[in-house]
Structure formats: C-alpha cells, structure tokens
Design a protein around this ligand. Sequence first.
Ligand code: SF4
Length: 338
Amino acid sequence: MTQPLISLRHLSKFFPVDTDLFGRTTSLLKAVDDLSLDIFPGETFGLVGESGCGKTTVGKMLVNLHAPTAGEIWYGGRDLVKLPGKERRAYCRDIQLIFQDPYSSLDPRMTVGDIIAEPIRVNNLLPRREIDDRVAYLLNCVGLSANFRNRYAHQFSGGQRQRVGIARALAMEPKLIVCDEPVSALDVSIQAQVLNLLSELSDEFGLTYLFIAHGLSVVRHVSDRVGVMYLGRLVEVAPKRELYTNPLHPYTKALLSAIPVTNPRYRKERILLEGDVSSPIDPPPGCRFAGRCYAKSGCLGCACDTRTPELVEVLPRHFVACYLVADERDEARSTGPG
Ligand code: SF4
C-alpha cells in the first residue's frame, strides 16, 4: 500500500480572542479543530469550504507560517511539529506555498529574476554561476520568456504574476505545493490556463498538491481526492468522482447544488441553507453544521446537538462526519441484500 507523503494527525489551531484582567485567555477561535488527513505522493488533494472554515490555516501550518496548537504533521518519518526550528525549516523546503493574491505576494522593488533566484541563493541550492540559468529555465517552465527576468511585477498581467509565483515555489524543488486559492484573483479566461499549467508541472516535476479553494467547481478539474471543511473540521473526504456523483454530507450536497449548470434543459434542485453560521469562537458541542442542517430532523436518536460527529468510512475511501449518514449505513448493513 502506498505510504502517504504527509500525514496530519489531530491537527488543531486555536487563536486567543479574549483575555481576562490577569491576561488569561477566556475565549478561543477554533480555526482548525482535530483535523486528520493523509496526502499521497503525486496526488492533488482539493480542500474546499466557505470563507473562514480554516482551510488556509491548514495550509499555513504545513508551510510553518502557523504553529499548530495541537496535533502532528508527519513527513519523511518525522513529526515536523516536534522538530527544533532549524531542522523544521530544512524540511519545510520540501513544502512550498503559492499565494492567493499574485499582486501582493511579489516584492514590487525586485525584478522577477531576483524574486525567483532569492530562495535558491538563501538556501545555497546552486553555485552562484548556475543560478541565472536556473531562473531562465524556471521562467520557461511556467510559460514565460527568460527575457522577462529583468522586469518588475507591476509590468505583468495577473496571470503572468501568478506564473512568477509558481516559478518561485518551484525554485525550492519542492515535493508538496500548497496552492492557496491560486486562481480566485484571476479572470475566468486566465484561470483555466493556470490550472492547466499546474497540472502539467505536476507531471513534469512529480509534484503533490494541496489545492485550497472555496468552491467545488474549481477543484473538480484538478483534484484526485476532495475534502470538504466546515467551521474547522473535515465533514467529507472522497475520491473526486465519488464525491461529485454520490455526495453524502448535507453540506457537500448544498455546495454541489450551488454549481451553475450550462445546459438550459437540465434543471438542478438548489439547496438553500438557512439559519446562522455558528461562530468558530468557543463553538457549542455537537455538529458544527447543526444550525443550518436541513437533514437534521431525520437523524435517528439524534446526537447532532450534543456530540461532534467523527469522520468515518461509510463506503470504500469515502469518509463522512454525519450521524444521519452513519445511521443509514448501519441500517443498510443490518438489513443486508435482499
Ligand atoms: Fe446534519 Fe446531524 Fe449530520 Fe450534522 S450530524 S450534518 S446536524 S444530520
């Protein structure tokens, strides 16, 4: 069986939001709460959820921009969370980030050649005389002319800037790239080009991606497996085809129903979520989705309001955190075929 490239175990990130007179924390924002996930070599794992669900925080913990509050990140046989700073930084070279906003993620005072060369120089990845050739090679890999190396970021279009950001990530020869909504700031016509480029680079460099997006329509084109997050927790994980054809969690169904269809003869039932989004600050016990769940009343012996549902495998490689789905699976098993 293939070993995961990286494994997240019970990963949590809490941010203090309030303190008492003595400076003690009195309330916490639970951005990521007890998240476990394996990402396998060569796959693209799409992580989806609405704004504020904690998906970007997961990515930032992977690239060491946030220290986890609890949990483990296993990579290369080591728990990165427990490694001392210098060793952790060495491992983190293998995990790079492509930022959401190509406008603000590039230093306007540096040429793109310097931006791409900087991580190579700082980490002594190549002798000085070879760096220029490497920069030219990386620019070509992302579909830009090597002659562009002396230009500044403001001289490029949005799509070209994102290509520079991709070249900068590739400069570190990473194994895993966290793509944090890399196309959401781009025109629709450019989005497809950047997605195709990422796909080609994955084949060429043997890359693994964690692809973060807020809609299921974008990850559909790039992902092998998809995970859906809601308020800091994973609620469904499945291979792409399985998730899009057989969504089981009520929240995933609602997200899928929101994807527009292009065929005017095909009418899709839209699931409109009502109720308030629960606050991630000191969330109450129970399912985080309970306040908006349209399926909750059908829950047998409902524990939705008192216990947090765990992610369980209800079909091969299809994991869901929902009591209703788990009850239906148990009922189907006890009834048996025929
Ligand atoms: Fe809805 Fe209950 Fe399932 Fe949560 S556990 S999604 S509230 S049915």
